[in-house]
Design a protein around this ligand. Sequence first.
Ligand SMILES: [Zn+2]
Length: 318
Amino acid sequence: MIERRGIVLDLDDLHDEWPGLLHQANLNVLGLHNWSPEPEIRSKIDAMIRFFESAEGFRLANRLNNLSIGLEFELHAMCWLLPGEYYRRHPHWFRMDESGERTPHDNFCPSSEDALEVVRDHAIRLARKLQPTTGRYYMWQDDNKPWCRCESCRTYSDSDQNLLVMNAILEAVRTVDRHAKLSYLAYMATLESPPAKVRPHEGIFLEIAGPGIHRMNESGARGAAGDELFQQALARNLSIFGTEDAQVLEYWLDVSLQSRWRKPVSKLRFEEAAAARDIAYYRSQGIRSITSFGVFLDESYFQRHGIPPVEAYGRRLE
Ligand SMILES: [Zn+2]
């Protein structure tokens, strides 16, 4: 059996039916994600914090706990960890773009020790506010955005810059949770080439996004089991990060991707046999932690299309 069997939903997808359905499907991890049109990504994290401080949030957390379902927060967090408001006074903390301009948008300059200090402080704050019950933290870079091209950063690939920042975040989070582990997300620009100059600190684990997102514009896209380029990228990443804690983030239940992130969504097409082949492939690579996005499977989805095939997915992970 796959040890960690999860689904990743957006905060807005939560409703009363979810905990029971996860239990029936024998899933043991619920990840919460801050999907949002770009300007709202940061305020979505604030909304999540408020939710888990509310009575409703407490109730949900308790219910999951009683069902032995872990709760995690899978967040694009960089814009929260280093807010753009600092840009006016400290432009050199921020990313240099290809034309040599500093910009408050998209990640920041990891060569700036002062910027890293602010990121560490905010990471501690976020770890306290949204503490996972599994010890696994996810404070991803800005969604599919470039890293810094300044003189000091430019010889570091996006993968290296991302890992450098994740190492710093982990160090900070471990001051509040000694056994914390932190995801390094291999996705888009960081998928093909793992970090070459920076080494992962103990406690960093590989999280790799499945090929569904990387091949969305290609016809005849195959799943992980039939995608040789993806398999090579996975092998390269596993050789750097190790297999023990490695985690897959798939798209089998992601109706938001199938509907190109527009609501109302059409009915989810869950290709069970293909998912089963992919799962068998991941298992053969020694991966014991598998999750799938299920973003936009919200209450109105249940009303419109009925209960999504989460139990069928769960069975395949057994
Ligand atoms: Zn830089």
